[in-house]
Every structure is written in C-alpha cells, then in structure tokens.
Write a protein that binds this ligand. Sequence first.
Ligand SMILES: C[S@@+](CC[C@H](N)C(=O)[O-])C[C@H]1O[C@@H](n2cnc3c(N)ncnc32)[C@H](O)[C@@H]1O
Length: 208
Amino acid sequence: MPITDYFSRDPNKRAKFIFNLIAPIYGNVDAGLIKNYRHAIGIVDKEIGIKGKRVLDIGTGTGAWAEAYRMKGAVDIYGIDFSTKMLTESRKKHPEISFAFGDGENLNDFADNSFDIVTASYVLHGVKKDLRNKMLNEMKRVSKKHVVIHDFSGSTPLFLRFLEMMEKSDYKNFKANFCNELKSLFFEAKKLESINGSGLYFASVKTF
Ligand SMILES: C[S@@+](CC[C@H](N)C(=O)[O-])C[C@H]1O[C@@H](n2cnc3c(N)ncnc32)[C@H](O)[C@@H]1O
C-alpha cells in the first residue's frame, strides 16, 4: 500500500489506499454510524419491506449497513468491497453475513436479477458521475426490483466535509444531482430524508 497511491490519477487506487488505511479505525467508530443506520433502515423497511429478502451491499466496508438489513430479517445477505482491510473488519464483526472481494463497477460474479434489493451506503458520493453511472447500471442489472442508496443529503456535518475533501470525493455534485441521475437510469426514483445529513434514494427496475 504505497503512499504514492493516494496521489494517483486513478480514483479507485486512491480510494483503496484511503479505505485500507482507515479500516481498523472505521471498525471501531462505526458504532456512531449505527444509530443513523437504525433510523434509515426503518425507512427502508417501511417503504419496500426487508423480511425474507435477498440483499447485496456494495462497498460494504465494516458491514454496518449489511447488518442493519440482517436485523430487519433479510435472509441471504452478501457484502462486497474492494478494500481487503475493510473486509477483514467486516468478517470479524458480522460472521453471519457473506463478505467477498469485489468491485461495484463490475458485478460479473452475480447473475442478472439475482437479488431483491441491491444497496450501497456512503459509496456513490465518492466517485464521479461516469463511474457512479457504471456502478448504478451494474446494480440495476443484478436487482430484480429495488436499488436503495443511503448517502449524503442536505447539510453535511463539518468533520465529514473535511474527510470528503481528503478523499477528493464528489459529494457536492452528488447532493445536487443524484436524484436526477437516478431518474434518468431507472423506471422510478425518489428520495426520502433520513437524519444527520443523510437520505435514502429509492430506485426501481421495471417489472413486467
Ligand atoms: C465510506 S465507506 C462506507 C462503508 C459502509 N457502506 C458503511 O456505510 O459503513 C465506502 C466503502 O466503499 C468501498 N468502495 C468504494 N468504491 C468501491 C467500488 N468501486 N467497489 C467496491 N467497493 C468500493 C470502500 O472500499 C469503502 O469500504
């Protein structure tokens, strides 16, 4: 994990460097996030129902968002991430969930329409629109019906703005344009506000 990766022009190289570096810390502080996730997952459950569903979580990190689905009764949950260090943490914390190395831009390990819900939490704001659309198209392909994005919305807390600057993320454009990006790619899309500067973006795949 050479430091030069942080200065790379390749955004994925930079992201892998950052998330591998912070994985052990992230695994210890995600308790703070879990309160937000508990609120957000209640909204998802009310909106589309989670019990009995097969779920794929892209950019699962330490697995906190995947765990929120498990707590609401999802039956078959997979988390993928391209940070090996994040996967080490998620496997330690949530042995009931299946975690694997994978890149959200290419979900070739998964067949078309193979999950009820395909989701990502705090992943898509990190990449520019072209990569974001590539990931969304893959999420759409492997989902039978629902794609659910949990991410920034409204005012972003100051310390997170600092982290986003370090990550060189696209969070400002994301907040301004993401709902319209979703509407252009999916049959239906909408946003529901959650708490602490987060929102839930629901998109559905057309079913005939
Ligand atoms: C801010 S963390 C969020 C982790 C977790 N979803 C959560 O909400 O706690 C972003 C995660 O997405 C992963 N990630 C970013 N881009 C990815 C990609 N293209 N494929 C797989 N994982 C990715 C990073 O490695 C990191 O673990």
